[in-house]
Design a protein around this ligand. Structure first.
Ligand SMILES: [Zn+2]
Length: 207
C-alpha cells in the first residue's frame, strides 16, 4: 500500500497528528482505531469487535483502547527482546510453566513482591547496592557514571536455508542509529563496575 506524502495543510493529516500526540502513539494505531470506529458496513470487523468487547463506544474510547493496547504490546515486545523479564518472572514465580497447583495467596504475595522489587531505589543519594560505595572517596576509575544504551543497526540482506535452520544473512558492518534516543539510563559504580537504577528522588540534568 502506498501512502501519500503528509501535507501539513491537509485537515485530515493535522487531525491524525493531533491524535498521535494526544494518545502518544503511532499513526498506524490512530488509523486502526479510526477505521474500526468508522467501519459500519462490516459487522465482523475484528478490530471493531475487540473495541466493543472492551466497552468502547465513542471515537475517543476507541482511540484510547487501541493506544492502550499498543503501549501494552510495546512493553511486551521490549521484554521479549531483552529477555530479562523472563529471568525475573522465574525468580518470583518458580512454578510458572509447570502444572503445579498454586495457592492464590502465594500468587498475590509474589506479585506484590515483584512490584516492590522493580521500583527504583528511594532517596536522592548514589550508593552502590553491590559494594556499598558512596562516591565520597574518588577511586582511580572515578566515582559514578551514567550509562545509556544506543542502538546500532545492520542491514538484513536475505534468508538462507541451511541443513538445520533458516538463517538471516546480515551485513557485518554496523551503523549508528542517530535518530534513535538513548535509553535505559542507569548508574555505573566505578568502584566495582556494577550497575544500578537512578534513585527515584534524584533528578539528572544533562549539560
Ligand atoms: Zn559498586
Amino acid at each position: 500500500m502506498s501512502r501519500q506524502k503528509p501535507n501539513p495543510d491537509d485537515n485530515y493529516e493535522q487531525m491524525v497528528r493531533e491524535r498521535m500526540t494526544k494518545y502518544k502513539c503511532s499513526r498506524i494505531v490512530i488509523e486502526r482505531g479510526q477505521s474500526a470506529f468508522w467501519n459500519t458496513d462490516d459487522e465482523d470487523n475484528a478490530d471493531k469487535q475487540l473495541a466493543r468487547d472492551a466497552g468502547a463506544s465513542t471515537l475517543e474510547e476507541y482511540l484510547q483502547f487501541f493506544a492502550d493496547q499498543a503501549h501494552r504490546q510495546d512493553l511486551i515486545i521490549r521484554a521479549q527482546i531483552s529477555g530479562e523479564p523472563l529471568e525475573v518472572l522465574r525468580l518470583f514465580f518458580p512454578w510458572l510453566g509447570s502444572d503445579e497447583p498454586v495457592n492464590a495467596a502465594d500468587q498475590v504475595d509474589a506479585l506484590n513482591e515483584l512490584y516492590d522489587a522493580l521500583q527504583p531505589p528511594a532517596g536522592d543519594q548514589l550508593r552502590c547496592p553491590h559494594c556499598g560505595y558512596d562516591g565520597e572517596e574518588e577511586t582511580p576509575e572515578g566515582t559514578f557514571r551514567i550509562l545509556s544504551d544506543e542502538t546500532i543497526y545492520r542491514e538484513v540482506n536475505a534468508e538462507a536455508l541451511s541443513a538445520s535452520k533458516k538463517t538471516l544473512l546480515v551485513e557485518s558492518v554496523s551503523q549508528r542509529y542517530d535518530e534513535d534516543e538513548e535509553k535505559r539510563d542507569r548508574v555505573e559504580c566505578r568502584s566495582c563496575f556494577g550497575e544500578f537504577p537512578i534513585p527515584a528522588g534524584l533528578n539528572v540534568d544533562y549539560q
